[in-house]
Design a protein around this ligand. Structure first.
Ligand code: C2E
Ligand code: CA
Ligand code: CA
Length: 525
């Protein structure tokens, strides 16, 4: 990744870190407001149904009682006094009586012609033989409209607005009760669009937004009554605003935290090169050596040098973490120079004592960019008294492909006695034709393929091909990451000469390595 793409990514991440949580909190506030207001409006609709149901309960119970005690004359003195008693005891009924035709002949208001009242024709007759008159006025209560419910002559008078006499604290609310069979309204307040009445589902509650209104509809589960409530959508905006007052500051806080995290990460990233430079200066790096065995004898015949970084705090930083950063900021040549220096210090006399031993050193693509590496290698070989083949340089396929003058540089290195290995083989482009263009000595079979040995996975079929390819190119093979006896046996049977892995030895310090050189696995165990 180049620096400009890194900056671009940081800017984009920063934008989302700031805008993201704030936009999200606004969105959440709007969502919550909608849920809240739908529930609010449904609550009013339920209230309306509840009041209407309680009134119905009272007049139907009253009718029942009056029917039971009625003798020949439904307007007898006894019945009329019972009507009064019922009227006094019920909170929702204005009066209760008996009607013949469209005339109330006696009631809790009294009997005789003075209180005989004209009711007019019924507006609604329900399926339960109940008739409803929705707009009845009486001479004794000018300007007030009543609802009159009648069954088998027994009649109840209630205030028309009784079911919708709720929530007067919300002035712009619209309320209605109506009958499901014919969608005829019984009482209404405010603006009610006729199409809303048709929306109710059987036995359900619904809420919806229609243009300017949030509408809630609830149906009674006992009586033929539906309640409707509608609020202007501006209530939702008010509710969203007050929700946002809480959520946006939280979103803002989250933005601040995210931006801080991004800035901190960027700072660490940017400071990594200088931290690496300081670490090089303070000599915080050291080498470990992982043994390479001859698969036939299991003797330790070589090793790979692996860089390690121990911070002054004691913290170990893994090479696959800091090497990509060193590569990105062009510090690899310095790091490789440090590896050469450490190797010289660790292994000064090793090749004099063990003339057939070989040690692999890893080179990065940057190291083989310039012919300078040839001179550096020459110095290293001299300082360690290495003979040709004692030092192996490991290069990845990626590195070989990336750099322009690799071929000449490889020729230069080999002329100074370096053996060259292709590292992590199989993970890159691995085409035979390009491998043929370089003169190489070893091929390291990547751990990911060794892992698949003995499994039925498709990848396990790749190992025989890699081995064939190495044989065609006359390359010696080193299998990496060998962890099991099965893997070792298979590789041995296929003619792979060398192996490296935890089965034989983990990376260790130079003196441990030296003490086991030439010995077999059982001696080292
Ligand atoms: P690599 O060159 O493929 O090195 C082999 C890695 O596999 C090492 O990890 C080693 O410890 C690990 N390994 C060996 N045998 C086994 C095994 O049986 N099981 C498992 N699970 N792992 C095994 P390490 O030391 O963490 O190095 C990681 C990578 O860092 C190396 O991969 C190499 O690409 C890079 N590296 C390490 N040292 C240097 C160096 O001095 N210079 C350069 N340029 N790169 C280095
Ligand atoms: Ca390697
Ligand atoms: Ca490797």
């Amino acid at each position: 990744m180049t620096r400009s793409t890194a900056t671009l990514i940081t800017v984009i991440a920063g934008f989302f870190a700031i805008a993201g949580p704030i936009l999200l909190s606004l969105y959440l506030a709007a969502q919550q407001a909608e849920t809240r207001e739908r529930e609010h409006v449904l609550g009013f609709a339920r209230d309306v149904v509840g009041r209407s149901d309680r009134a119905a309960e009272q007049f139907f119970t009253a009718f029942e009682r009056l029917m039971q005690s009625a003798g020949e004359d439904p307007c007898s003195a006894g019945q009329v006094s019972k009507m009064r008693e019922i009227d006094l005891g019920s909170s929702y009924l204005q009066a209760i009586g008996f009607a013949t035709g469209n005339k109330l002949v006696c009631s809790s208001l009294g009997s005789g012609t003075a209180v005989q009242l004209e009711l007019g024709l019924p507006d609604i007759i329900t399926t339960t033989d109940t008739s409803v008159r929705t707009n009845v006025t009486f001479p004794f209560a000018q300007g007030i409209e009543f609802t009159v419910v009648e069954r088998k002559g027994y009649t109840a008078i209630i205030h028309k607005d009784l079911p919708i006499d709720v929530s007067t604290s919300v002035p712009d609310i619209s309320l209605a009760t109506y009958t499901p069979d014919n969608l005829q309204t019984r009482s209404t307040r405010g603006d009610i669009k006729p199409e809303w009445l048709r929306i109710v589902g059987a036995g359900e509650e619904v809420s919806f937004i229609d243009d300017e209104f949030i509408v809630g509809i609830a149906r009674s589960d006992k009586y033929a009554t539906i309640g409707l409530a509608a609020l202007p959508v501006r209530h939702m905006a008010d509710s969203a605003r007050s929700g946002a007052m809480i959520l946006v500051p939280i979103g803002f806080l989250a933005s601040v935290i995210l931006v801080c995290v991004i800035l901190y990460t960027v700072k660490i990233q940017q400071s990594m090169p200088s931290v690496l430079k300081v670490a090089l200066k303070k000599k915080e790096f050291y080498l470990e050596y992982q043994p390479i065995v001859d698969l036939k004898t299991e003797q330790w015949v070589g090793a790979e040098a692996l860089i390690r970084w121990r911070r002054p705090t004691g913290e170990q930083v893994r090479p696959d973490l800091f090497i990509p950063i060193a590569e990105e900021c062009g510090l690899m040549p310095q790091l490789t120079a440090e590896v050469f220096r450490l190797f010289t210090a660790d292994m000064a006399g090793i090749f004099s004592r063990f003339p057939h031993f070989h040690v692999g050193l890893n080179l990065s693509p940057q190291d083989i960019q310039s012919p300078e590496i040839v001179g550096l290698f020459e110095d290293l070989a001299q300082a360690t008294h290495a003979k040709p083949g004692n030092i192996m340089l490991e290069l990845t396929e990626h590195g070989l492909l990336q750099e322009e003058h690799v071929s000449e540089i490889l020729i230069g290195l080999r002329s100074k006695g370096a053996a060259v290995a292709i590292d992590d083989f199989g993970t890159g482009y691995s085409s035979l034709s390009y491998l043929e263009t370089f003169t190489l000595d070893y091929l390291k079979i990547d751990k990911s393929f060794v892992d698949k040995i003995g499994m039925h996975a498709a990848a396990s079929q790749v190992v025989p091909h890699i081995i064939e390819m190495a044989k065609d190119l006359k390359l010696k093979m080193i299998a990496e990451g060998v962890e099991t006896e099965t893997q070792a046996q298979y590789l041995r049977s296929q003619g792979v000469e060398f192996a490296q892995g935890w089965l034989f030895g983990k990376p260790m310090d130079a003196s441990s390595l030296v003490s086991y050189i030439g010995k077999t696995r059982s001696a080292a165990a």
